[in-house]
Design a binder for this molecule. Structure first.
Ligand SMILES: [Zn+2]
Length: 334
């Protein structure tokens, strides 16, 4: 009886000492990072669930009511959510999460943006990313930047727990560092130096010169450095840049436009000319074009998760990257 009473008391206490911040994110990747940074001080939910294309979702009343009680709305930005972000914010009738308010954060702050258009382009030309590539979360360094952005915003909204947000962000960064380079290389050399070498493209030789051993994602991807790949959408450019892969073409003729027979024929020529061994594709597009191209070339079609929750194994940010690195390095090795 006593035991039951204690259990009831602890459940009740749990709900009283509930989250200080209610956080809603667009994607599961941001939700995963927000959970790592927020710990027990936050309650986090994502809007884009399951294997969904994050560019195009319908703003549902349930999502709007979720946002009605939110203290913080985390958005990838760079127009990824341009099709539904305003509808969600307006529908929520929660002015605290309006763009520009402390309760709204574009997590792209401080990210060096890839694929910025050199000439003026507009969405009417079919390009869903006229302001640069929003798929920055697939460079693990950028996940550290996101965690820092999220921690500072949580600290601003909930100053009492500021030190907790900052220390958990630091712990998340350390976990990413170890997963990226191996704990022993991080311990011996230091993460900042390793990231700088990685960005300069000479990580392996620099680590070798110290007599230490590289581990983690970087070691798994190292043998593939310099290889050419084709992707379906421009989702993998940050990942490719970090790990030294060259994206030579996409199955989409333009971001957001489905493959056409003429473009497919061109991709086949490119793959044969550049000896491309892999077509890397997101899990929410039709595989028909990829299969056609694979059947006419020696490239393999590889479907990889783009976000947390796309596969059972990709249950948080680090395991998402584990899955992608294993799939890509496995396909390029064999
Ligand atoms: Zn995109």
């Amino acid at each position: 009886m006593k035991k039951v009473a204690a259990l009831v008391a602890s459940i009740a206490f749990g709900s009283i000492a509930s989250a200080n911040l209610t956080v809603v994110t667009t994607t599961e990747d941001l939700a995963s990072i927000a959970r790592s940074v927020g710990g027990a001080n936050v309650k986090v939910s994502a809007i884009v669930k399951g294997v969904r294309d994050p560019h195009f979702i319908d703003a549902k009343p349930g999502d709007m009511s979720k946002l009605r009680g939110a203290d913080l709305f985390l958005v990838v930005g760079l127009d990824l959510e341009v099709g539904y972000e305003s509808a969600l914010i307006q529908g929520s009738r929660n002015t605290r999460i309006a763009i520009g308010r402390p309760g709204h954060l574009y997590c792209s702050e401080g990210i060096p943006v890839l694929d910025k258009a050199t000439a003026a382009v507009s969405r009417s030309q079919g390009d869903v990313h006229p302001n640069g590539n929003p798929h920055y979360w697939l460079d693990p360094y950028n996940a550290r930047v996101i965690a820092g952005n999220v921690a500072e915003r949580m600290a601003k909204l909930d100053p009492t727990n500021a030190s907790g947000y900052r220390s958990r962000a630091a712990a998340f960064e350390s976990a990413v560092d170890s997963a990226m380079f191996g704990a022993s290389a991080v311990g011996a050399i230091g993460a900042e130096k390793l990231w700088a070498w990685s960005s300069a493209g000479n990580l392996a030789s620099q680590v070798r010169s110290t007599g230490k051993t590289l581990g983690g994602w970087a070691a798994k991807m190292e043998p593939n450095r310099g290889q050419s790949i084709v992707t379906y959408h421009k989702s993998w450019n940050y990942f490719a840049k970090r790990f030294g892969l060259k994206v030579v073409d996409e199955l989409e003729p333009k971001p957001g436009i489905s493959p056409t027979p003429g473009h497919i024929a061109q991709v086949v020529r490119t793959i044969n000319a550049e000896r491309v061994r892999m077509i890397l594709q997101e899990p929410f597009y039709s595989t028909r074009s990829g299969q056609t191209v694979a059947s006419r070339t020696s490239a393999k079609l590889v479907i990889a998760p783009l976000s947390v929750g796309h596969t059972a194994a990709a249950k948080d940010y680090v395991s998402l990257m584990d899955s992608i690195v294993d799939l890509v390095s496995g396909a390029l090795r064999s």
